[in-house]
Write a protein of this length. Structure first.
Length: 433
């Protein structure tokens, strides 16, 4: 069963431009929209349009549990804006998934795709479910049924889901297979983040961490700091954190701290990151390899040159922002800095490079995957990495231009780049799309 809401909304849900410490993803996304708009001469009607998703699809998903009972879950797909191309964004399986969260995260995807100049709009979706409580068979049934419910609104030219929290390449494989069976033709381009054997891209898994490392390197170049003289602390040693830490280590930086949920390994003389297993290789094992263990809170306030929060959202807060000692923060996780902390860090002249730029390697290689799928031609890893670096450099240059021209923070500069591109496309096409 599906229901679809349009964009009629209560405007009293507007949020002020001034940040609050605990705001929802939707409030944050809207505040960032207003903030960027305040620096630009944009038709206010376009800003008004962008405050709302184009459509939010809500579906119920009944599945038969292994014990024979039927349970019904709720799923969403929030499609924010498609003026620059098909909707693009992840599908999340998590107990906290709500419609509003999908809308807010979908808006973030619009900004992220635009700052990278990818021909996509933004979307996000998910199912309110704890995937850890489902067997593999139950997850497969849930995903295939969700694919059926979403069938009419997704597709390589309409809306292209990807993995997010609680979903992975296997989930995307079931989704792609279910969609293809319903369409009567193999359609790899309907999702990204698939295994390479069915049309996934080489380098996709590593891409968000690689883009964080590339941006960290560009930050050092910009501020005339040799990477070889840069100390780095990385929170989270998963897909984003471990890949970023290992690349920076390879390129000459000194990674002095890495962490997982159990705590942090600290070695001021530098960690050989290749010898510590990532979350994927051996979950939550970082501290077992450490001589010196410190807490995650201590890691965040270490006296290092660069801090890379790459685990969770909202870890840099008004409580610890005054104690952050790093000169540069490169956001690996989505939303690691609360709005209040962001203001404090800005006042303290700490450079914060926003998530929508730094970890955008994931959606960028998803774009490459989509290109490979619709062209039916796989790229070698070297090409993926070369093109990713070119896209990251190009986005960095665009953001740098606004940073210098407008004397704003790097975060504001990134949003200004994104919003200008979206607004130009809306101005060219009109209010209709
Ligand atoms: P992951 O599951 O691969 O790894 C997460 C890591 O964080 C693990 O090492 C885990 O132990 C650690 N962690 C969990 N809770 C922690 C805590 N309380 N304190 C310290 N460490 C903790 O996840 P990931 O894919 O690397 O994602 C990390 C962040 O990056 C998330 O915010 C995610 O939304 C964001 N992100 C991921 C991608 C992607 O494609 N993987 C893309 C862009 C952004």
């Amino acid at each position: 069963m599906a229901s679809t809401s349009d964009s009629s909304h209560d405007r009293s849900s507007d949020v002020p431009i001034e940040p609050t410490e605990s705001e929802s993803a939707l409030e944050t996304a809207r505040r960032q929209l207003y903030h960027a708009a305040s620096h630009l001469d944009i038709d206010p009607n376009i800003v008004e349009r962008l405050k709302y998703p184009k459509k939010v699809h809500e579906v119920t998903i009944p599945i038969e549990r292994d014990d024979g009972t039927v349970e019904v879950f709720t799923g969403y797909r929030a499609q924010h804006d498609s003026v620059r191309g098909p909707f693009k964004g992840g599908l999340r399986y998590h107990p906290d998934v709500t419609k509003d969260e999908c809308v807010g995260l979908g808006m973030w995807m619009t900004w992220k795709c635009a700052v990278m100049d990818l021909p996509f709009g933004g979307a996000k979706g998910g199912i309110t479910v704890n995937p850890k409580e489902l067997s593999t068979g139950e997850k497969e049934r849930l995903t295939r049924r969700f694919a059926q419910e979403l069938r009419d609104i997704i597709g390589p030219n309409q809306d292209i889901p990807a993995p997010d929290m609680g979903t992975d390449p296997q989930t995307m494989t079931w989704l792609m297979d279910a969609y293809s069976m319903q369409e009567g033709e193999t359609t790899p381009g309907v999702v990204t983040g698939k295994p390479p054997v069915i049309g996934g891209s080489h380098g996709r898994e590593e891409a968000p961490g690689r883009s964080v490392a590339i941006i960290a390197q560009l930050v050092c170049e910009y501020y005339d700091r040799p990477l070889e003289e840069t100390t780095v602390a990385v929170q989270g040693y998963g897909s984003v954190g471990a890949n970023a830490a290992r690349l920076l280590d390879d390129w000459g930086a000194t990674v002095v701290a890495i962490s997982d949920v159990n705590g942090a390994m600290y070695d001021p003389s530098g960690i050989d990151t290749a010898t510590v297993p990532s979350h994927d290789e051996e979950p939550e094992a970082v501290t077992e390899y450490a001589d010196t263990v410190i807490s995650n809170d201590e890691l965040l306030t270490l006296d290092v040159d660069m801090l890379i929060p790459a685990a969770l959202g909202n870890v840099l807060t008004k409580e610890n922002a005054e104690a952050i000692a790093a000169e540069f923060v490169v956001e690996g996780a989505n939303g690691p800095t609360t709005s209040t902390a962001d203001s404090i860090l800005a006042e303290r002249d700490i450079v914060v490079i926003p998530d929508i730029l730094a970890n955008a390697g994931g959606v960028t290689v998803s774009y490459f995957e989509w290109l490979q799928d619709i062209n039916r031609r796989a790229w070698p890893l070297e090409r993926v990495n070369d093109e990713l670096e070119a896209e990251m450099r190009s986005a960095w240059c665009a953001v740098q231009t606004e940073y210098e021209r407008r004397d704003v923070t790097w975060r504001d500069a990134a949003y200004i780049v994104a919003l200008s591109r979206i607004a130009e496309a809306h101005e060219a096409r009109g209010l209709w799309p």
